[in-house]
Structures are given as C-alpha cells and as structure tokens.
Design a protein around this ligand. Sequence first.
Ligand SMILES: NC(=O)c1ccc[n+]([C@@H]2O[C@H](COP(=O)([O-])OP(=O)(O)OC[C@H]3O[C@@H](n4cnc5c(N)ncnc54)[C@H](OP(=O)(O)O)[C@@H]3O)[C@@H](O)[C@H]2O)c1
Length: 311
Amino acid sequence: MGEIQDQLFILVGALACLNYLLKCVKFCKYFLLRLWNPLPKSFFRSMGEWAVITGAGDGIGKAYSYELAKRGLNIVMISRTLEKLQAVAKGIEETTGSHVKIIQADFTKDDIYENIKENLQGLEIGILVNNVGMLHNYIPFHFLSAPEEVQNLIHCNISSVVKMTRLILRDMEIRRKGLVLNISSGAGRFPWPLYSIYSSTKAFVCTFSKALQVEYKEKGIVIQVVTPYFISTQMTKHINPNIVMKTADEFVKESLDSVAVGAETCGCLAHEILAHLIDLVPSWILYSDAFQNFILTHYAYDQNKIPESKK
Ligand SMILES: NC(=O)c1ccc[n+]([C@@H]2O[C@H](COP(=O)([O-])OP(=O)(O)OC[C@H]3O[C@@H](n4cnc5c(N)ncnc54)[C@H](OP(=O)(O)O)[C@@H]3O)[C@@H](O)[C@H]2O)c1
C-alpha cells in the first residue's frame, strides 16, 4: 500500500514538473523563434500589395499603418474621424512614399460594409489588421453600473472583426497567401471582472482567431491574435510609457516581428512576461473580493491623478 502511495506521489510530481516544463518551453518559444526563425524583410510585402487597417486614425492602428508602409505596403486606413485620417495619410505618403487610401466609417454601425467593400474592390490585399476597438468603461465598474451602450461595443469589437475578415479572406484564400492580425487584449486571455463586457468581446476575438487559423493554415494564410496589456494611447489616457506601458510605435514594431511565433502572442516581450506572471497567480486570489475591491478603489483613486488635458 505504502509503495503504491509513493509511486502515486512520484507520478503526480512528475506530471506537475512536465506541465511546468511545457509552460517554460512555450514561453521560450517566443525568444527562440525570433532568434532562429526571424522573418525575412520581404515577408510583409510578399503577402500582397495593400494592407488594410481598421481604427487607423490614432493609437495602435496609426502605428501599424506607418510601420507597414515602411515595410513596403500601400495602406488602406479605415476609421471614424476624417481629419485625423487625412493628416496621418499625408504623413505616411510623405515619409514612406507608399500610397494611402482612406475610408471613413463608424464601426458601431452595421451598414458600413457595402461602402468598404466597394472601396476595396480590385486591390490586392495581403494584410488585414483588425485593430478597431472601444473600451466603454476605462474606470472599473460592476456590470450594472457600467455605461449601457453595449450594442456599440459589440458592433465595434466583435462584428467589425468578423465582417472585415469575411470581406478580405476570400481573396487571400484564392491567392493562397495573406496575414490577418486580430488585435484582442490581455483582458481577452481570461475573464476580467469589472471590465466584463470588454473582456468578453476580446475573448471572442481570441477564440475566433485561433479557430480560423486552424481552418486556413493549410491555405497559406497566417491568422494571429495579438493580446497586449498596456499601451500608451488615447484609450489608456496617454499614461506615460514605462517598461510595461509601451508606446504604440515600439509595440507595433515588436508585434510585427512576432508574427512567426504562432497563432497567439502578447506582441512584445514585456507583455509576454507579464502574461506568464499573471498565469502564476491562482484564480482564487485574482477573483477574491479583496482583490476586486482593491482594483475598484485603487483605479478610482488613480483617475484623480490623470491631468485634465489627458481625460
Ligand atoms: N491601448 C491599450 O492599452 C490596449 C491594450 C490592449 C488592447 N488594445 C486594443 O488595441 C486596439 C486599438 O486601441 P488603441 O489604444 O489604439 O485605441 P485608441 O487610441 O482609442 O484609437 C482607436 C482608433 O480607432 C478609431 N475608432 C474607435 N472607435 C471607432 C469606431 N466606432 N469606428 C471607427 N473607428 C473607431 C479611433 O477613431 P478616432 O480617430 O475617431 O478617435 C482611433 O483612430 C483596440 O482594439 C484595443 O481594444 C489596446
């Protein structure tokens, strides 16, 4: 009996070690693939002539537009505010020499896709960045206390990803190449109470992307979900960048260099490490009343520290 018990303990111990080892290997994959299998400079341009970026007028989408233009693609920027689009397009054309086409669209609406389709007609689209997204409660809130505009959030964070992918994937399938980057969030990797709707919409993006990658991998199409944590943009009230809070430019450069790491990436090393550290915290701590109350009080307090100009 004692011997069986010993063997059982050894087996459980061995499985726990194996599980930990697998996690380490998965983590190391991020560095190793980038060291051993860096993407050739021509990779992005080889996907096709044009890249389409949603939510391209500001923040991360604007950074993707600049960086992909620098990597040799012409850019279609789709976003809400025409003046911002025009200014960014001018900047890109002047600094990179790439062509830029702009489409004004509000992704909270459902009737914009015919117009987008017409504007994309005839373009050889190699890259789609489904970046547009909204966070309707920057301050943590319980579900019933959060703003009610849930439908807008669902249209913008979920429908846009599905509908834009539907518009563009078919041509990629015919050409048997293409890259689709779906910008989710660290908040989509596991449930984030106090941001329940945003977190759920981003979880949809993760699941949709990973399922789609399995379906279209054999057809030469790379579909990757990107799950960053903190990037200094309008969405995060332009909080000062630091080792974890990346600027949009540095994040996007690193994220494009991470395209080879697989179907899911945090997009940059700092966030990859953060994700692994968070994974080590037991859920009974993350979801405890004490921790939730800490988030509610701490972040409500932090709001007072944001200068009026950044709100
Ligand atoms: N910032 C972060 O820390 C962070 C972390 C994880 C994930 N993300 C995700 O990254 C993506 C980009 O975020 P960001 O921080 O760059 O946001 P942002 O600074 O708020 O910029 C969003 C861009 O999307 C446009 N946009 C917003 N709502 C739109 C709508 N309904 N229709 C059309 N365009 C719209 C904005 O248009 P205007 O130019 O008119 O404002 C802006 O150009 C989002 O999906 C977000 O969830 C961000």
